[in-house]
Design a protein around this ligand. Structure first.
Ligand SMILES: C[S@@+](CC[C@H](N)C(=O)[O-])C[C@H]1O[C@@H](n2cnc3c(N)ncnc32)[C@H](O)[C@@H]1O
Length: 265
């Protein structure tokens, strides 16, 4: 997988800000328990770890991510001595068995090539009866308007974008797939839910400028366009989101699938 996750400020403007808004909703669903160590797999710039620090004020929290720049940024913005950020890979966690009371992962499993291995690692490092919880974006109809509206307009200008829309490397991004994953690794008491929220933009630039940082597959596509093609796409999206208005706020819908299960006792 090309590394689209190394630029920290641009990631935070593009996606991290939504992770920070979304993380408390995911934790409400997962039902974390205070006083027990918590693991954040694929912590990125640290949004879920920081939300955990508020939700479980007596717990130690460990965030792992393979991106060194993200870990350096997360350390600098951790703001809580109970959070430790480490470079690490979901496919081969460096922790001993049952080292955590709960293991969570936010917006990572769509990108991991071997989900069963990564989920199995989360199960291994979680104590018996502890919770494992994973959340991914929905790529189905209406699930992620941020990406689907952009692809709608981009495909009118360049039919090859159909490939980007149907990004076959994305996984676990439709209802039921995370439940199947948790069943496959032998978790119990599995529950899955869809969580929706609105992404509010204060202006067109608030929406558009983060794409220019090249974060994620869509950002990389936009960054590679010629200036003329980029301007054409920008104008089409401006019309789509603002209509005849010169500028102003607008919002897009986002849905995510969350699953939780417990490790057999
Ligand atoms: C969309 S970001 C989500 C980051 C963070 N959880 C958040 O919600 O802001 C995806 C993250 O998955 C990480 N990632 C990709 N492959 C990974 C792997 N094999 N193990 C752990 N993290 C991985 C990336 O480095 C990136 O930080």
């Amino acid at each position: 997988m090309p590394n689209h996750f190394s630029s920290t400020e641009t990631y935070d403007n593009y996606m991290g800000r939504w992770s920070a808004r979304f993380a408390p909703l995911f934790l409400d669903f997962a039902g974390v328990s205070d006083g027990e160590r918590a693991l954040d797999v694929g912590c990125g710039t640290g949004a879920l770890s920081r939300a955990l620090a508020l939700a479980v004020p007596r717990s130690e929290i460990v965030g792992v991510d393979p991106s060194e720049p993200f870990i350096a940024y997360a350390r600098a913005h951790g703001a809580d001595s109970r959070i430790k950020f480490e470079v690490g890979n979901a496919l081969e966690l460096s922790f001993s068995d049952a080292a955590f009371g709960q293991s969570l992962s936010l917006f990572v499993f769509m990108l991991i090539p071997d989900g069963e291995k990564a989920a199995g690692e989360m199960r291994r490092v979680t104590r018996p009866a502890g919770t494992v919880a994973v959340c991914t974006w929905d790529s189905g109809d209406g699930g992620m308007e941020l990406v689907s509206t952009l692809c709608d307009e981009a495909v009118k200008l360049d039919p090859a974008v159909e490939e980007l829309r149907a990004d076959r490397s994305m996984k676990y991004n439709h209802r039921g797939q995370l439940t199947e994953l948790f069943e496959a690794i032998g978790l119990e008491n599995i529950e899955e839910t869809g969580i929706e929220f609105g992404m509010e933009f204060s202006s067109f630039d608030d929406y558009w400028l983060p794409y220019l940082g090249g974060v994620g597959p869509v950002g990389a596509y936009i960054q590679d366009l010629s200036p003329e093609d980029r301007d054409a796409l920008r104008e089409a999206l401006r019309k789509r989101h603002l209509g005849k208005k010169e500028d102003g706020p607008f919002s897009l819908r986002k849905r995510a699938w969350s699953v939780k299960g417990t490790v057999p006792s």
